[in-house]
Design a protein around this ligand. Structure first.
Ligand SMILES: Cc1ncc(C[n+]2csc(CCOP(=O)(O)OP(=O)(O)O)c2C)c(N)n1
Ligand SMILES: [Mg+2]
Length: 631
């Protein structure tokens, strides 16, 4: 307002925060939507009287969701944000101390995966008067410190609101980061419990509706021209589609470009679904968990165009995937940080808008017909291998690949599969046939055991019209299964397929391949002073019944005895209205192979164990394929 005094409203800091959050919107391509779908929380001292009071008083502003574990509630927010293309999320409120630090792991997950979540951990008194309070960790040499400092390295923006008026700049800074496609991740505003309840005259403009524009920035024209020229000069170009394709909703633009030019496409975990699985140019998974078609062409490619990928070791097969002499990279990414990787030509911009620009620059150009045919043949061969693995008929216990095959077959085209850690993600990356850009949701940036059920709940919350199939290993289930209770509270049905192979099959196989005999990866009783490894047969199983545990949490439980039993269970689950857990036991030693790829896991240089020495020899040999990619 010009002239007179600015209008203000007297509110506590927590009340102003809730008002502010409810007023935030994002707008992309002319479509506007609220940014916060609600607030997850678990109350204790540090949020019950401040943020809790503000939420209780104004349920019309932000819906409150009670979760069972703080880490899990942030997983739910992440699942939601990813499903909504990063254009909406949740705030998450916790008490001080353990409630707060429970969120640190999930904050890292959000930041690694570049997913917006707003964390509001309660904090100790800014006044310091009652110190040390319950759950306060004191630092003898630093008064201005609390456990919430642990969020700093895992957040993209962090602040502690020590005075009520500080909320104004901090909240705006938080929103800028949360809605930035290049910078987004966990944002932490630590809220001292005394400041939450302090009143201040907040400017009305701060509380009013605000829309944050999510743009589609383009790289500069010179970079686009250079990229166009580089692609035109390539003979064996390969495009690698990462998560950025999906966040930018660039599938259509990608389809247009590659269909016209014939450039084959390989998918990362985060980018799976960029094209439907049966698109003639979709070679499928690439990298350490990739398939034969994509990995063969990656090894030969003279130009690799990465779109929205951060080039993790799984994508580059620990920098061994691209073997052609002088291979060049073009990195199209909204984050300059990622665009600069592998000495690539950086195209810093939005995937959809930039792919359209590239298409214009490639007018009249296409790959040679022989290359297109070769890609098509490899694709065919790979799809036959996928079919074989999904119908293995392994006895007496089925192989995991058959379980995936059955779920994939019975899931609808718009349904979503959710997973995160263990041997399932690699198998899903290779075998799952994705039909919808939002149909494949595997958290493999942080690969967090325990994400599956909580993350799946977020996916369902984001789009209740789709069935959500959560695939979870027994190990992950044991870590965090309790959000089944939250799914009942919210009447959000999940179909959880619990793949029980009696322990850590993935790490067990890795351990065996490294000469350490699956040490510490099975669920057996300690005998003779040690935990049995895979060199010992037998062993006494622990009397654990995970299906019974799921039933105890209130889920509808079905025990499937075979792949046919699983099919029946999946069909029966369709008509159950609450969360279903289908337990299926699989053979932990029957795994999907790797396809001409490598993952760098270092092996001891010196060991008294022959198997480790042999593994070291293989390691040194495989490591010779590592490349720097400096040009
Ligand atoms: C929180 C967390 N701790 C440890 C790991 C390392 N890790 C990766 S997979 C795995 C075992 C997973 O077991 P399970 O869920 O049963 O899946 P399986 O390997 O049997 O397929 C472990 C311990 C991890 N990814 N996340
Ligand atoms: Mg397991």
């Amino acid at each position: 307002m010009s002239g007179g005094r600015a209008r203000t409203e007297r509110l506590t800091m927590a009340q102003a925060l809730v008002r502010f959050l409810a007023a935030q919107h994002v707008e992309r391509d002319g479509v506007e939507q609220p940014f916060f779908a609600g607030c997850f929380g678990i109350f204790g001292h540090g949020n019950v009287a401040g943020v809790g009071q503000a939420l209780h008083e104004r349920p019309d502003l932000l819906t409150y969701y009670l979760a069972r574990n703080e880490q899990a509630m942030v997983h739910t927010a992440c699942g939601f944000a990813r499903m909504r293309g990063r254009l909406a999320t949740f705030a998450c409120t916790s008490s001080v101390g353990p409630g707060a630090t429970n969120m640190v792991t999930a904050a890292a997950l959000a930041t690694v995966n570049r997913l917006p979540v707003l964390l509001l951990p309660g904090d100790v008194f800014a006044s310091r008067r009652p110190d040390p309070v319950l759950q306060q960790l004191e630092t003898p040499w630093r008064g201005e410190s609390s456990v919430n400092d642990a969020f700093q390295p895992v957040s993209r923006y962090w602040d502690r609101i020590s005075r009520p008026e500080q909320l104004v700049p901090a909240a705006l800074a938080a929103m800028r980061v949360l809605t930035s496609q290049a910078e987004t991740g966990a944002v932490t505003l630590a809220l001292p419990e005394d400041v939450q309840v302090e009143a201040y005259d907040y400017p009305v403009e701060f509380l009013e509706s605000r829309a944050w524009h999510v743009g589609r920035p383009l790289p500069d024209a010179a970079a686009l021209d250079r990229a166009g020229a580089l692609i035109r000069s390539a003979r064996r170009p390969l495009l690698i589609a990462g998560g950025g394709v999906l966040y930018s909703e660039a599938g259509q633009a990608l389809d247009v470009l590659v269909t016209r030019t014939g450039i084959p496409v390989a998918e990362t975990q985060a980018g799976k679904g960029s094209l439907p699985w049966d698109h003639p140019l979709n070679l499928g998974a690439v990298g350490a968990s990739g398939g034969l078609a994509a990995n063969r062409l990656a090894a030969e490619a003279d130009l690799v165009l990465g779109v929205g990928t951060r080039w993790s070791d799984f994508v580059t097969a620990s920098r061994t995937a691209f073997q052609a002499e002088g291979v060049r990279f073009i990195n199209l990414n909204v984050a300059g940080f990622d665009a600069a990787k592998l000495s690539g030509l950086a195209l810093t911009g939005d995937a959809r808008a930039t792919l359209a620009e590239l298409d214009r620059r490639l007018e009249g150009w296409a790959v040679a017909p022989e290359y297109r045919e070769r890609a098509g043949r490899l694709r065919e061969e790979w799809q036959q291998e996928v079919t074989r693995l999904c119908r293995l008929g392994h006895r007496p216990l089925p192989a995991q690949s058959e379980v995936l095959g059955a779920v994939n077959e019975l899931a609808g085209p718009r349904d979503v599969v959710v997973c995160a850690a263990g041997s399932l993600p690699g198998d899903l990356h290779k075998l799952w046939r994705t039909r919808d850009p939002r149909g494949y949701h595997v958290e493999y940036g942080y690969s967090t055991m325990g994400y599956e059920i909580a993350g799946g709940l977020g996916v369902k919350l984001a789009d209740p019209s789709r069935e959500v199939f959560v695939l979870v290993g027994d190990g992950s289930f044991l870590m965090l299964a309790q959000e089944i209770v939250t799914s009942l509270q919210e009447d959000l049905k999940l179909t959880v397929v619990l793949v029980d192979n009696q322990g850590f099959a993935s790490i067990g196989a890795l351990s065996r391949s490294l000469g350490t005999a699956g040490f510490g990866t099975r669920y057996l009783r300690r005998t003779g002073g040690s935990l049995p490894d895979d060199s010992q047969t037998g062993g006494e199983p622990l009397p654990v019944d995970l299906a019974a545990a799921a039933a105890g949490l209130g889920a509808h439980v079905i025990r499937a005895e075979s792949v046919d039993g699983l099919r029946d269970a999946l069909i029966a689950a369709r008509t159950v209205e609450r969360t279903v857990v289908i337990e299926v036991k699989t053979d932990r030693y029957e795994s999907v192979p790797t396809y001409e790829s490598w993952w760098d896991v270092p092996v001891a240089e010196i060991s008294g164990t022959p198997a480790v020495r042999e593994a070291r020899r293989r390691y040194e040999q495989a490591a010779r394929a590592r490349r720097w990619y400096l040009k």
